[in-house]
Design a protein around this ligand. Structure first.
Ligand code: G
Ligand code: MN
Length: 272
């Protein structure tokens, strides 16, 4: 019924570049606007959506909604970055996957790169043949692919050399222990080195405090998202956050970024 009535909302979590302390995109995260229970997070409905196959229309709607939002931000703020949408493996069973994504960006007259797709390692591996075909076609039309929760799945590094991937997202479980256990910074710096030598962008997920931010910066990671900066917010609230926090440069993390810039030697690959 929620699918029929489109009882969905998308909240957006900004992705920050420490190069200048400004957002360089956002991740779209779907919420269910339940008629009785209010706004429900994905953990309350994603499993059922996957089991029933309703994840397919839901995700297709999320892509269209992200394209619509990209258009609004483009008109209002000259937004020229990407909105990342999570792509479940069920979508790769659809022969019209690429066509649907193409239609969504055309419908709102945004460039294909306005939409970026996140896929987990496990989902990548479930149906590698179909996934590989679709990813190559998406890449040809300019939709970039990002590996979500990198380092936690069934890790065949072989796919990194054959699939058209643009970005790795370091799983929040590694970020959580940064500055606490030496093992976590060892793993994170290996992921950063891997990304760099493959020419991929690298994003840290789940950054919650300045300690984690500073360690990541020292290890050479400049793109991050997490509660330190902002949780996922409705588009209006995100605009308020931009106007009241980021632009007037009023947040502890913004001060820390400027300080690190003054003190730290430039790390290779920063700003990329
Ligand atoms: O793995 P993926 O990026 O798709 O997961 C997104 C989820 O992570 C969302 O449910 C979001 O609310 C949550 N999240 C976002 N930032 C943080 C954070 O800094 N810490 C934690 N614990 N969860 C976060
Ligand atoms: Mn994600």
């Amino acid at each position: 019924r929620a699918v029929e009535r489109t009882e969905w909302l998308v909240h957006y979590q900004p992705i920050i570049s420490l190069a200048d302390g400004t957002p360089v995109g956002a991740e779209a995260l779907v919420r269910w606007l339940h008629p009785q229970r209010g706004v429900l997070p994905p953990k309350e409905f994603i499993d059922v959506a996957e089991e029933t196959g309703l994840i397919v229309p839901l995700s297709e709607w999320a892509v269209r909604e992200a394209a619509r939002q990209a258009r609004i931000w483009q008109q209002n703020f000259g937004f020229a970055d990407s909105i990342a949408v999570n792509l479940p493996s069920r979508l790769f069973e659809r022969s019209d996957l690429v066509e649907n994504i193409h239609k969504a960006v055309m419908a709102y007259d945004v460039p294909h790169k306005a939409i970026q797709l996140e896929i987990t390692e496990n989902n990548l591996m479930k149906d590698l043949h179909n996934v590989s075909l679709s990813l190559h076609r998406l890449n040809e039309i300019g939709v970039e692919i990002s590996i979500d929760d990198f380092g936690t799945g069934y890790s065949s590094l072989a796919y990194l050399t054959t699939l058209p991937i643009s970005e790795l997202k370091i799983d929040r479980s590694f970020v959580r222990d940064l500055g606490i256990t030496p093992q976590s910074s060892a793993v994170v710096s290996a992921i950063i080195a891997l990304a760099r030598s493959l020419g991929l962008r690298v994003i840290a997920e789940g950054v919650e405090n300045l300690r984690q931010m500073e360690v990541l910066h020292r290890l050479g990671c400049v793109l991050m998202q997490g509660f330190l900066f902002s949780k996922a917010l409705p588009p209006d609230d995100l605009e308020t956050w931009l106007q009241q926090t980021v632009l007037p440069r009023k947040a502890p993390w913004i001060g820390a970024v400027s300080e690190m810039d003054a003190n730290a030697p430039r790390v290779l690959g920063r700003g990329t």
